[in-house]
Design a binder for this molecule. Sequence first.
Ligand SMILES: [Zn+2]
Length: 64
Amino acid sequence: MSRDSGQERRGRSYERPSREMFTVTCADCGKETQVPFKPDGVRPVYCRECYQKRRPKRSYQSRE
Ligand SMILES: [Zn+2]
């Protein structure tokens, strides 16, 4: 008798709850983009590029 139990450890349950993405139009360049949150229709939504453009990096910290 062969028991095949234990073979299905993880199988392919890759189904993690993926975030829902919402397609929006970038308020800056007008490109379509997807965001992981639901746009409220009030605030402008930007694509990744524009979002980063508008958010200067903070890696520069002058300590002087
Ligand atoms: Zn954009």
